[in-house]
Ligand binder design. Structure first.
Ligand code: ZN
Length: 247
C-alpha cells in the first residue's frame, strides 16, 4: 500500500521537500520510501516514511545481493538519516544556531571557494560553447575535486538553507559530469573531448540533444554556484577570496 496523503503531507513538510539522504531540493521530484519494506511487514506510517530524491530512491532498489558493489543502506542508517534531516529542517527556524555553528559553516564555505573558485571550472562553464568545439578536461578538474570532497561527512553546512544550496550544486555538478561522459569523446591527443562533430551532419538531432543537455546542465551548475556564493556571503557575512595566488 502507498502512504496516505496525510502521512505524505506530513513527511513533505518535515523534509522541506529535500532528499533525506543527499539533502538536495527536489520540488515535485521526490518520492516516499518505506524504511522497512512492505514485504517485511513495514507499515504505511509516518515513522516508516523516508522522503528521497529519484537518484537516492533508485539506489535503494539497485543493490544486487549476488553482485555486491558499494555499501547497502541498512534500516538503522536510514532511520538516522531521517531523524537528523527532519531535526535539521525543524530547527532551522528556531534559534539553535550558535556562534560555533556559524564558525564551522564559515570554514566550510571558505573550503568550498578554495576548492571551486569562480575563475576556473565555473568561469569556463559560464563562457564555453560545447557545440562543435572540443574542450580540455583540465578545465573540469576543480569541479571534479569538489565532487570528490563531498564524500567527506563534514562537508555539510549546519545551516539548513545553505546545506540545501550546497547539496543541489553537488547534484547538478554530478549531472553535468555524467552528461559530458556520455556525450563527448576524446579527440586527437591530450585531454580534449568533444561532442562528435560527425553527429552534426549524420544525426543532427542527437548532436543537438547532446549539446543542449550539456549547455543547460552547465547553466544550472553556474546559477547554483552563484546562489551558494551570494547566500554564503549574505548569511555568514564572509567574503570570498577573489584574487588568484601569485607564485
Ligand atoms: Zn538524494
Amino acid at each position: 500500500m502507498p502512504f496516505n496523503s496525510k502521512v505524505k503531507a506530513q513527511a513533505m513538510v518535515a523534509c522541506g521537500r529535500c532528499c533525506s539522504i543527499c539533502h538536495k531540493f527536489c520540488g515535485i521530484k521526490i518520492e516516499c520510501h518505506h524504511i522497512i519494506h512492505e514485504s517485511e511487514g513495514g507499515e504505511d506510517t509516518y515513522e516508516n516514511c523516508l522522503p528521497l530524491c529519484f537518484d537516492c530512491h533508485a539506489d535503494m532498489r539497485s543493490y544486487d545481493k549476488k553482485h555486491p558493489k558499494g555499501t547497502k543502506y541498512k534500516r538503522e542508517e536510514l532511520e538516522l538519516h531521517r531523524e537528523q534531516w527532519f531535526n535539521k529542517v525543524s530547527n532551522s527556524s528556531v534559534s539553535t544556531y550558535t556562534d560555533e555553528h556559524r564558525q564551522l559553516d564559515i570554514e566550510l564555505f571558505q573550503r568550498i571557494t578554495e576548492i571551486l573558485p569562480w575563475n576556473t571550472s565555473i568561469d569556463f562553464l559560464r563562457t564555453n560553447n560545447f557545440a562543435g568545439f572540443s574542450f580540455d578536461w583540465d578545465y573540469m578538474s576543480d569541479l571534479e575535486s569538489f565532487l570528490r570532497t563531498t564524500t567527506d561527512p563534514s562537508f555539510e553546512f549546519i545551516d539548513v538553507k545553505l546545506e540545501v544550496v550546497r547539496a543541489t550544486l553537488e547534484s547538478y555538478a554530478d549531472e553535468l559530469t555524467t552528461a559530458l561522459c556520455q556525450n563527448t569523446f576524446s579527440v586527437a591527443d591530450g585531454n580534449r573531448s568533444s561532442v562528435p562533430q560527425e553527429w552534426e551532419l549524420e544525426c543532427p538531432e542527437r548532436f543537438n540533444r547532446a549539446t543542449n543537455l550539456i549547455h543547460s546542465t552547465a547553466k544550472k551548475v553556474v546559477a547554483q554556484y552563484d546562489l551558494l556564493i551570494k547566500e554564503g556571503r549574505r548569511q555568514l557575512g564572509v567574503s570570498t577570496s577573489t584574487h588568484t595566488n601569485q607564485a
